[in-house]
Write a protein that binds this ligand. Structure first.
Ligand SMILES: NC(=O)c1ccc[n+]([C@@H]2O[C@H](COP(=O)([O-])OP(=O)(O)OC[C@H]3O[C@@H](n4cnc5c(N)ncnc54)[C@H](O)[C@@H]3O)[C@@H](O)[C@H]2O)c1
Length: 247
């Protein structure tokens, strides 16, 4: 068994990372590639494709909120061994100021997007008798979020979905786990800080025990481990990478 702690631990594995052109998704794609996996990354904007060239990955443009996008992607690239549902969007504001359009956008991308991409790729994993499904949710999905209730609802849905797929897929050799980042320094977080200012940054770092933001690489290390053979007895787990925010 090749070890993930060697540079070829994921040799011969093919991984798809949604939203892999920036932030946490890009770090995950780079780390999986460094561990030897062949990478396909997806994103909304075809112009982001050039980042995948850096690590020899393929880029497919589709919006995870488009119900046909994931199946077209599957038809184009064929089966994968490792699926990372990472694409996500956030929106800050109190629930009483929100409306149906906002709920739809947050749920379509953060929850239905995970369902659509999993629906397109999971049958292959089950047929081939091996698969690693790793969903990127958020501590908001376990703790709730003041000013992010609908985002938290979507991420809570991803947590329950991940456990359910673990139950349905174990007999096919497919594991399913969910990673909950806390505040991680990415373009998504920068947007929230630009809107909310230093007060928001202080609240976020203050909610962690370690008193700081995480880095995308601190999330990607766990994802590579969960994708590896070493993690073969781990499924249905909810794991925070959040500086202790989940305590
Ligand atoms: N950064 C944080 O503090 C933090 C905290 C908790 C959870 N998360 C989660 O981690 C994941 C990655 O977040 P990030 O901070 O790297 O975000 P980011 O905005 O930096 O990157 C998100 C990526 O997803 C892609 N994306 C967004 N909407 C898409 C859509 N509809 N279709 C296809 N691709 C789409 C973007 O193009 C981008 O590549 C998200 O699911 C997010 O909810 C982030």
């Amino acid at each position: 068994m090749a070890s993930v702690f060697s540079s070829d631990g994921l040799q011969g594995r093919r991984a798809l990372v949604t939203g892999g052109s920036a932030g946490i998704g890009l770090a995950i794609a780079r780390s999986l590639s460094a561990a030897g996996a062949d990478i396909v990354i997806t994103g909304r904007d075809a112009r982001a494709g050039k980042v995948s060239a850096e690590f020899g990955g393929k880029f497919i443009a589709f919006d995870v909120a488009d119900p046909n996008g994931a199946q077209s992607c599957r038809d184009e690239i064929g089966p994968v061994d490792i699926l990372i549902n990472n694409a996500g969007v956030d929106q800050h504001g109190f629930f009483t100021n929100s409306d149906l359009d906002e709920w739809r956008r947050l749920l379509d991308v953060n929850l239905t997007g995970v369902l659509s991409v999993t629906r397109a790729f999971l049958p292959d994993m089950q047929d081939q008798g091996f698969g690693r499904l790793i969903n990127i949710a958020s501590e908001a999905g376990r703790r709730g979020s003041r000013g992010g209730s609908v985002y938290a609802a979507a991420k809570g849905g991803v947590i329950a979905f991940t456990k359910s797929i673990a139950r349905e897929s174990a007999k096919f050799g497919v594991t399913s786990n969910v990673v909950l980042p806390g505040p991680v320094d990415t373009p998504l977080l920068k947007k929230a800080i630009e809107k909310g200012g230093e007060k928001i940054l202080g609240a976020m770092t203050g909610a962690t025990l370690l008193g700081r933001l995480g880095t995308p690489e601190e999330v990607s290390g766990l994802v590579v481990f969960l994708a590896s053979d070493e993690a073969s007895f781990i499924t249905g787990e909810v794991i925070g990478v959040s500086g202790g925010m989940g305590v």
